[in-house]
Structure formats: structure tokens, C-alpha cells
Design a protein. Structure first.
Length: 237
């Protein structure tokens, strides 16, 4: 599998980790919490009893925390990321959670998951797949790790399709966000990389086709907040 940008991306997230949550909440006006909530809800995990979820590119563990809160610790979650600093912050947050024991953390690359075949009822990735160039390879890995009937949820930043909204959004995203992000994170590169990577992300139709090629069925794209984020879902089998 091929992801030439891998070391650059890991170093970038290691560098911005301390300010990551603060910038996420403020730059999205708390919408990121709602987006993750909807992604977890789409997995239809019921009360989570006896079920297992894998969250890839977990960052500071917001998806994992949302999942165990929703299922009151009955769901077991493995949260994995290749950035040590993001995981370290996630570990601190998980330790403070009443159901934190249901979350296991592992450092690893999303393109080569150290997991058993058909081990999980759900696989999620929030704002991570954009950073992985070999998207089909990553999705095939997720498919391999899922049980039959298991579900995948991919949450990703996208660009609105409405022309006016798209213009306004790009103005904010390309001009304002790199300045604010750069000021707070002291890493201007990371917040210039962000709009670039979002603009390069495939269209809904293209990404859905990649999911289908990777083996998923029942593939859907659900735009949220004027299309600045899309929840892609699919099923194994
Ligand atoms: C924008 S953050 C998203 C974090 C978290 N999922 C969230 O919802 O806030 C992207 C994360 O993906 C991780 N990442 C990027 N490429 C990865 C890869 N190939 N394997 C594992 N983690 C990766 C980064 O280290 C970073 O923590």
C-alpha cells in the first residue's frame, strides 16, 4: 500500500495535538460534536452489548468516547492512531470518562491494522481518510476487519455544492482559517494543508465508488451543515 505523505502527516498531528480539540470546537462552532454523534448513531449498534467497534485515526478519542457514552460502556472500542501525541491526549480524556475502561488504545497505521479478520461490528474514521492517499487500500483494510453485516462510517470534510455557499466557505477556509489555526497551533503549515487536502478530496460520487470497489454495499453519502461535512456509510455483505 502506498502513502508517501505518511511521515509528514504524523509529524504534523504530533505538533498540533495540544491545540487540536480547542481548534476543532472553535473553528467548527461545536458542530464537530454533532457530526460525530450522527456518525456513531448511523452504525445502529443498539445498546452495544457484546459488540465491538474499531475507530481508525482516532486522534484524541472523541469518536470512541461518543460511542461508549451512547452505549454506556457496553460496546468495546479499539481506538487507533499513528500519532503518539494525539493518542496521549486521548488517553487522558478516556481516563476521565465513566465508561473509559471500554476503550482500548493502540498506536498503528490505518493502512495496516494490527487486527484480526472479521473482528468488528463497526469501523469508523472521522476526518482521517482525507489524510490517507491510498483510500481504497484503507477501506479494504476496514472491510477485512469487519464481521459480515458490519457497518462502516466515514466522516469527512467536504465542500458545499451550492455555488454561493461554496464561494463563502472557500473564502473562510482558504483565507481566514489558516490564519486563526496558525496563530493558535503555531503551525501555519498544518492549517494551510487542511484546505488543500479538503479541496483534493473526491466528490460524493467518486468516494462512494471507491467504497463500492473496496467491497462495501448499501453505500450512502449524507451531507451535513450545508455540505461542509459528509457522512459516508456502508455495509459488509
Ligand atoms: C483530523 S484528525 C481526526 C482525529 C479524530 N478522528 C477526530 O474525530 O477528531 C486526523 C487523525 O488521523 C491520524 N492519521 C492520519 N493518517 C493516519 C494513518 N495512516 N494511520 C493512522 N492514523 C492516521 C492523525 O494522526 C490524526 O490524529
Amino acid at each position: 500500500m502506498n502513502n508517501v505523505e505518511l511521515p509528514f502527516i504524523r509529524e504534523m498531528f504530533d505538533a498540533i495535538a495540544p491545540k487540536y480539540d480547542f481548534l476543532n470546537r472553535s473553528l467548527s462552532l461545536y458542530q464537530d460534536v454533532i457530526w460525530r454523534r450522527r456518525a456513531i448513531a448511523s452504525l445502529k449498534l443498539g445498546n452495544g452489548r457484546g459488540k465491538k467497534m474499531l475507530d481508525v485515526a482516532c486522534g484524541t478519542c472523541d469518536m470512541a468516547i461518543e460511542a461508549v457514552r451512547r452505549t454506556q460502556g457496553r460496546l468495546s472500542v479499539t481506538a487507533t492512531d499513528f500519532s503518539f501525541n494525539m493518542l496521549a491526549l486521548g488517553k487522558t480524556k478516556v481516563a476521565k470518562e465513566p465508561h473509559g475502561k471500554a476503550i482500548a488504545l493502540a498506536q498503528g497505521n490505518g493502512l495496516a491494522l494490527p487486527s484480526f479478520e472479521e473482528a468488528y461490528d463497526a469501523v469508523t474514521i472521522a476526518f482521517g481518510i482525507r489524510n490517507i492517499m491510498d483510500r481504497k487500500g484503507a477501506l479494504e483494510e476496514f472491510h477485512r476487519c469487519l464481521k459480515e453485516e458490519g457497518r462502516v462510517a466515514v466522516l469527512e470534510l467536504t465542500t458545499p455544492t451550492n455555488k454561493l455557499l461554496r464561494g463563502l466557505y472557500l473564502l473562510y477556509f482558504q483565507k481566514v482559517l489558516p490564519i486563526i489555526g496558525g496563530l493558535f497551533s503555531k503551525n501555519k503549515g498544518a492549517y494551510s494543508y487542511l484546505p488543500d487536502s479538503v479541496l483534493k478530496f473526491p466528490s460524493h460520487a467518486e468516494f462512494k465508488a471507491i467504497m463500492t470497489e473496496a467491497g462495501f454495499t448499501d453505500v450512502h453519502a449524507r451531507p451535513m451543515t450545508f455540505g461542509i461535512v459528509t457522512l459516508f456509510t456502508g455495509k459488509k455483505g
